[in-house]
Design a protein around this ligand. Structure first.
Ligand SMILES: C[S@@+](CC[C@H](N)C(=O)[O-])C[C@H]1O[C@@H](n2cnc3c(N)ncnc32)[C@H](O)[C@@H]1O
Length: 223
């Protein structure tokens, strides 16, 4: 059977042989296989998002909102050591977070002491202009709150939206031309650009997820 990148099956030690190279991705995948607590799809989503974000935004404290297990935050630090620290914010931090964190610290001791998990609502985390705020699959209007909070702080940001909700998200009156979910994401991008942000719009591979539109923004310096 083909190895589907969108599978929700957990990566386990049985999959180790699929990741036998010395690349950072394969080393990360092997560490995840060893602990057996993460769906395959989530490895690929976090990695493909982190890679693209780091092409445009370097450094900054990483704030991974609705971060769940926090793999995205770990990957962003691994890809750019100039980020001093990361905080993973989620209303409910899942048990897989601690398991994954321990395994990744064992594989990359330089991460020790640089990541923390906060069980809180996204509205309660303090953000600053030096932060890189990221969110992978914050459902529906949650993505809008992430963007609003990041933009209010002047932080860099990257979101991979999902669960587009036509009743609570703004289609910008564009849904006569584009499907509702696309209209919502275009409206998010246009609004961010109007707030003195340089934006990048791109996709992660569709074989991983159909909710694959990635919006990245960097506050344009006004001085
Ligand atoms: C679809 S999951 C995404 C998790 C992770 N980013 C990923 O890609 O696997 C959405 C997450 O949002 C969190 N969440 C929902 N509402 C929230 C809120 N108001 N503040 C912080 N986290 C929230 C949930 O607990 C859940 O972990």
């Amino acid at each position: 059977m083909a190895f589907s990148l969108s599978s929700r099956a957990r990566l386990t030690r049985h999959d180790l042989g699929r990741f036998s190279n010395s690349t950072l991705f394969d080393r990360l995948a092997r560490a995840i296989c060893e602990v057996g607590c993460l769906p395959r799809k989530e490895l690929y989503e976090a990695w493909e998002m982190a890679k693209r974000v780091r092409r445009h935004v370097r450094g900054g404290r990483v704030v991974d909102i609705a971060g769940g297990h926090g793999l995205l935050a770990h990957a962003l630090l691994l890809l750019d050591d100039t980020s001093p620290a990361a905080v993973v914010v989620d209303r409910v931090v899942p048990p897989s977070a601690a398991t994954l964190h321990t395994a990744l610290i064992a594989a990359w001791p330089r991460l020790a002491g640089r990541l923390r998990f906060e069980s809180m609502d996204l509205d309660d985390v303090a953000l600053g202009a030096g932060d890189l705020v990221v969110s992978c699959h914050a459902c529906g209007a949650l993505t809008d709150r992430v963007i609003e909070r990041a933009a209010a702080a002047g932080a860099s940001l990257a979101v991979l939206p999902c669960c587009h909700d036509l009743s609570s998200c703004d289609t910008g009156d564009l849904s006569g031309w584009a499907d509702g979910a696309l209209a919502i994401d275009m409206t998010r991008a246009i609004r961010l650009k109007a707030q003195e942000y340089q934006i990048w719009t791109m996709k992660i591979p569709e074989e991983i997820t159909a909710k694959n539109r990635l919006l990245i923004g960097n506050r344009v310096s006004l001085d």
